[in-house]
Design a protein around this ligand. Structure first.
Ligand SMILES: [Mn+2]
Length: 218
């Protein structure tokens, strides 16, 4: 089976619960549509999230979100700055960077940053003859190429996208908790928004099975 989740936002407790629930085996695959990091201020565990994606190997496929991109670029700029000058750098906006440096070496930090920047901003897959576009905030037709921010931030006409999607494809995104804790779907069933507010105390981590359209929440 192919599953999609998004916007974990440092909540490794929910992420582990989801991995236990899915018990990925054989050819199963979980697509994580970005924003694995930042935001959560209750039990934030970015190291746990990172180790879990390493542990699952190619069973988890990541798409880059705006928060992941920020974090990776901050890490790169931090370690490229000579040690004596680092104190002068503006602090990272979220507690993720500080929490990571408590447990990871500079080599691990650079590995994480480079790994994040290799995550694509859009993926196109076909399952049982149905084509899917996966991106953090907004998808685009594969023949069109936009800059990364389009996919990570949703720089296009959002209302038009949510209403019509991309013809010939089912688009699955995250970025906004549009369904208020439930996976949102548009009227013609070709756009799904999976962000269910993980990272907020009252939020959930939502997961959609692409074959069955079953919705799983933890
Ligand atoms: Mn986002």
């Amino acid at each position: 089976m192919h599953y999609v989740t998004s916007d974990i936002h440092n909540d490794n407790v929910k992420f582990e619960k989801l991995l236990e629930r899915l018990a990925l085996s054989g050819n199963d695959c979980l697509y994580i549509l970005g924003d694995l990091f930042d935001r959560t201020d209750y039990n934030p565990d970015p190291v746990g999230v990172y180790f879990n994606i390493l542990k699952t190997g190619n069973k988890c496929r990541m798409i880059r979100g705006n928060h992941d991109d920020w974090l990776a670029r901050y890490i790169l700029s931090y370690y490229k700055t000579p040690e004596r000058k680092r104190k002068k750098l503006a602090a990272y906006e979220y507690n993720t960077f500080a929490l990571l440096t408590e447990r990871l070496t500079s080599v691990d930090m650079m590995h994480l940053a480079k790994m994040i920047l290799e995550w694509p901003v859009q993926d196109c897959i076909e399952i049982d003859g149905v084509r899917y576009l996966l991106a953090h905030a907004m998808t685009a037709h594969p023949h069109k190429v936009y800059r990364d921010d389009y996919y990570m931030w949703g720089e296009g006409d959002e209302q038009e996208f949510l209403k019509k999607g991309i013809a010939g494809y089912i688009s699955v995104c995250g970025h906004h908790n549009k369904g208020g804790g439930t996976i949102w779907k548009n009227g013609i069933g070709n756009v799904y928004i999976c962000d269910c507010g993980s990272g907020d105390k009252s939020g959930r981590l939502g997961c959609l099975c692409l074959e069955t359209k079953e919705e799983i929440y933890v």
